[in-house]
Ligand binder design. Structure first.
Ligand code: IMP
Ligand code: MG
Length: 183
């Protein structure tokens, strides 16, 4: 795998985004909602870096897609989410790629009538956006490559890598052989 961002770079980028969020919400209470599952590692770091009174919750979005496949049906499950009505909500996700996931989740959250919704992502992929929306906060812009680690997965693996890496062709072959043996 080709490492794009090591642990130190990730930490510095996330800390910088935490400062921007603090400035934007100065003197206010925040409700942070993480999109499962990709945001779990970012959430753990980000919420400890933001020095503001906050409530923390989650929402689930899942779609069927791999490294090469296109976006499938998106399923949004808000049953586990905390009450966000009349709250300033910051939605947190791992990556803004085409933008369909984040915009659909935001649409869903509006049903619960928050007073505001902004969004923060670890990564924004260059040249991929297909929607009329930009995340309010993004720690890094990355080239159009399929990446894993720091919460991001390929077939639900590699989320635990402490760095961000691009999957290359030989990694995909290794992954296929490995998954075959583990079933
Ligand atoms: P979007 O709807 O195209 O913006 O895709 C967003 C979702 O697709 C993210 O929440 C990820 O779960 C997944 N995704 C997009 N690009 C990557 C990637 O490079 N690695 C891992 N997951 C990705
Ligand atoms: Mg994902």
């Amino acid at each position: 795998m080709k490492i794009l961002l090591d642990e130190k770079a990730l930490h510095d980028g996330v800390a910088g985004m935490a400062r921007q969020i603090e400035l934007a919400y100065e003197g206010r209470h925040l409700t942070i909602v993480g999109v499962l599952t990709g945001s779990v590692v970012l959430m753990a770091d980000l919420i400890r870096l933001i020095q503001l009174p906050m409530r923390v919750g989650v929402i689930q979005a899942s779609s069927y897609r791999g490294a090469t496949t296109e976006r499938g049906d998106l399923i949004i499950n808000s049953e586990l989410m905390i009450d966000i009505s009349n709250r300033d909500v910051l939605l947190v996700d791992d990556i803004f790629d085409t933008g369909h996931t984040l915009t659909r989740v935001i649409e869903k959250m509006h049903e619960f009538e928050p007073s505001s919704i902004r969004s923060a992502v670890l990564l924004k992929k260059e040249g991929r956006v297909e929607v009329d929306y930009t995340p309010d906060f993004a720690a890094f812009d990355i080239p159009d490559e399929f990446v894993v680690g720091y919460g991001l997965d390929y077939e639900d693996m590699y989320r635990n890598l402490p760095y961000l890496a691009a999957l290359e062709q030989n990694d995909l072959e290794e992954h296929a052989a490995l998954s075959m043996n583990q079933r």
